[in-house]
Write a protein that binds this ligand. Structure first.
Ligand SMILES: [Mn+2]
Length: 430
């Protein structure tokens, strides 16, 4: 019998914090009331928010130089689901997982779906992997996959994506996320337009195989592992591809896949306007695709992205239905703690952006009152909505203090006993 955090333990830990939580919640409620905001409405709103956890995120990641495994790491998809279940049990904001193939391959996907349901989890977008060679693979992706110059290699990559759709269908997923590492390291290595044309040819086959209610998410990235050119390098290339493919193709924004200082919230606004925003891979960064914890380096940027999202939601922008996923690499922290902290920071940005009085902001913008417009946005950002988030968790049966509770539960120590270390776990960076 594997160790699980019991409902009794959770209730007992929460009981210790309930009085303080009630006090903080009431104080914030009075403050928000003076601003014409109902804390109850905000708490209910917080309770509706959800973000998917990547199955690859619960293992320790690594860099190009090394990987330092943590104790009690998940050894397979079954252990990963267990860890993802704990993240949702305590935060109540991550009810789905985003799986990755072939890393999460099993023989029976119906059984896997039921196993996830026992952890109160469902499946979000499935991710294909043509950025590394698998054992026994016929054609190598060293010089590309969906855009490879050799047709047989492209077709192998296409077949893998078709297989991912089939697996996803069995898991109850309705989207395929495609990120390719294809690109070049040297000027002259690749014909920039020919590579894009081949991408379109490959993606068209994948697109045509999508079930009616499915979407394909195209993920762009400006560099790494290719360091001179990337085939789908930016939102422009992604948008062009999605536009040519058709209504079931949308653009996925991984926050780390942009040059430093890029105005990501403006890209988000443009994609919303075009009805082409697929959703997000949330993470944070200082320099490049650092895959750090969401909200850990630049929480203001995360908030500004949500400012656009909440604006689009409230004005019911056409075709607006973004998928929210985390995509991080945890190298020096316990991945469960990092994912819980990140999910909470993402939910925080959602609630903060919801505090903005849209009519007042619009009036300030139209009236040329620059400082007022800025202050409205900034006031929402500096409001500490922690008591709302804690209350949303408490009401949904989660933990008032998820990381504190996780630590005192001894979960990791128990898993370390249950899970002897294995070679080559499938954790990484996407
Ligand atoms: Mn990503």
């Amino acid at each position: 019998m594997s160790f699980a955090i019991s409902a009794d333990f959770l209730a007992a830990e929460n009981a210790k914090l309930e009085a303080a939580q009630a006090e903080d919640y009431q104080a914030l409620g009075r403050q928000l009331s003076r601003r014409g905001i109902s804390i109850e409405a905000m708490t209910e709103r917080a309770m509706t928010y959800a973000v998917a956890v990547p199955t690859w995120g619960v293992g320790t990641g690594g860099t190009r130089f090394a990987r330092f495994p943590g104790p009690g790491e998940p050894r397979n998809i079954h252990d990963k689901l267990e860890d993802c279940g704990v993240i949702n049990q305590l935060t109540r904001v991550t009810p789905t997982v985003s799986p990755h193939f072939p890393w999460d391959k099993v023989a029976d996907y119906n059984a896997l779906r039921q196993e996830a349901a026992r952890h109160e989890l469902g499946f979000d977008a499935v991710n294909s992997n043509t950025f590394q060679d698998q054992r026994g693979q016929r054609h190598s992706y060293k010089f590309g996959s969906l855009t490879h110059a050799v047709k047989a290699t492209r077709m192998q990559a296409v077949e893998h994506n078709l297989e991912c759709i089939e697996i996803g269908r069995q898991l109850g997923s309705t989207a395929l996320t495609v990120w390719i590492a294809d690109g070049s390291n040297f000027p002259g290595q690749s014909n920039l337009n020919a590579a894009f044309d081949r991408y379109m040819d490959s993606l068209r086959i994948v697109y045509d195989a999508l079930p009616t209610d499915w979407l394909v998410f195209l993920e762009h990235k400006l560099y790494e592992p290719a360091f001179y050119s990337t085939v789908i390098s930016d939102w422009g290339s992604s948008f062009m591809a999605a536009l040519e493919l058709g209504p079931k193709a949308r653009c996925l924004v991984d926050l780390g896949h942009h040059a430093p200082n890029t105005n990501i919230e403006q890209i988000v606004a443009r994609l919303i306007r075009a009805g082409k925003l697929a959703g997000f891979h949330f993470n944070d960064s200082k320099y490049g695709d650092d895959d750090l914890d969401s909200g850990s380096v630049d929480p203001f940027r995360l908030f500004l992205v949500f400012n656009e999202l909440v604006d689009a939601e409230l004005r019911q922008a056409e075709g607006f239905s973004p998928a929210y996923m985390i995509d991080q690499s945890h190298n020096v922290t316990d991945p469960i703690e990092s994912l819980m902290a990140s999910a909470i920071e993402i939910q925080r940005a959602f609630v903060q952006a919801s505090l903005i009085d849209r009519e007042l902001l619009s009036a300030a913008q139209d009236g040329g009152d620059v400082m007022l417009g800025h202050r409205i946005v900034k006031q929402a950002f500096i409001t500490d909505v922690s008591p709302i988030l804690a209350e949303a968790r408490r009401r949904k049966g989660g933990a008032i203090d998820p990381i504190g509770l996780y630590r005192s539960s001894g979960y990791r120590a128990e898993k370390t006993k249950e899970r002897p270390p294995v070679e080559g776990t499938s954790a990484g960076i996407v």
